[in-house]
Design a binder for this molecule. Structure first.
Ligand SMILES: N[C@H](CCC[C@H](N)C(=O)O)C(=O)O
Length: 302
């Protein structure tokens, strides 16, 4: 994080452009400020190449004693998400660089989670416990068994994708199982239709997954409020637990996403652990009300 916010008129807050396996993340530091990042400001930042992002992780002062920060998660379209695994790793790396600490506890809309930077630099996040009940995901109608729900796309008699597993990792996910290469499917075409399907009253993150072994799967995700991304940590968790729940894999799985590998472990205490990298790219300052920004070392815009 940068120290330069004080040199502005107070509107600007420090941010870092980072990524988690190619999931494009802006970590914005709003601690000590009453400001929030406006949805319009987020959309403005998303429209500029340099600051195009999948999620903004807005770090706020803690609400609950014992936590290090409250994190608001903002999607590219300005909507809010409950969970973001890759972004959480970026926050850990940023705060670890700032404080020298390695263990953190955060609060998000999905609850309280802990995360640690390991000596090898990888970051492990406790993504909490999954939820499988139809009304917790949520779905618009009752399904007793969410390991495979009735939903398909493509011709009625020869659907291209069908019978997804659905799960909540704090945010809603649908996982379509496929036998062929995950790149063979037009996720850019089906993603928007499925994300906004009436069965998902809060929309959903849509993934296609191919099981490649008892401990491995490949995954592509169309993210709610974003679109195709190179990685989605909560989707990797949702896919891994759904694979284990349907006996396709064991409970520890390497999930290969377009940006690389995430290790997911569904522990016996029901918590889902996600381990992977985070990378800093550059830092700057932004105005949370407008989305006006500048890189460190450049003059502050008027
Ligand atoms: N990229 C994130 C997921 C963001 C989820 C968001 N698109 C939503 O639920 O609205 C991750 O690594 O978990």
């Amino acid at each position: 994080m940068t120290e330069s916010a004080e040199t502005t008129d107070g509107r600007f807050v420090p941010f870092a452009r980072m990524n988690g396996l190619g999931n494009e993340i802006i970590v914005a530091d709003l601690r000590g400020s009453k400001a929030r990042i406006a949805a319009d400001a987020a959309r403005t930042l998303a429209a500029v190449d340099a600051t195009r992002f999948d999620q903004i992780m807005a770090i706020h002062d803690p609400l609950t004693p014992g936590t290090d920060a409250y994190i608001r998660i903002i999607n590219r379209d300005g909507s809010e998400a409950q969970a973001c695994g890759n972004g959480t790793r970026c926050v850990v790396q940023a705060l670890s660089a700032e404080t020298g600490r390695h263990d953190f506890t955060f609060e998000t809309r999905a609850g309280i989670l802990s995360a640690s930077e390991r000596p090898d630099g990888l970051i492990a996040v406790d993504m909490g416990i999954p939820h499988f009940a139809w009304n917790e995901i949520p779905l618009a109608e009752e399904f007793r068994d969410t390991r495979a729900i009735e939903l398909q796309i493509g011709p009625i008699d020869a659907p291209v994708l069908h019978s997804p597993s659905v799960a909540s990792m704090g945010n809603p996910h649908a996982i379509f199982w496929v036998d062929r290469d995950v790149w063979d499917y037009e996720l850019d075409r089906f993603g928007p239709i499925l994300e906004n399907h009436p069965i998902f009253p809060e929309r959903a993150n849509i993934s296609i997954a191919r099981v490649t072994g008892r401990d491995a799967l490949t995954l592509r995700t169309w993210e709610r409020g974003v679109g195709l991304t190179r990685a989605c940590g909560s989707a990797a968790c949702a896919a891994a637990i759904s694979a284990a729940r349907t006996r396709r894999t064991d409970r520890t799985v390497t999930v290969t996403v377009p940006g690389g590998d995430l290790l997911i472990e569904w522990r016996d205490d029901d918590h889902v652990m996600m381990t992977g990298p985070a990378e800093w790219e550059w830092s700057g300052r932004l105005d949370p009300a407008t989305g006006v920004f500048e890189r460190d070392g450049e003059p502050v815009p008027a």
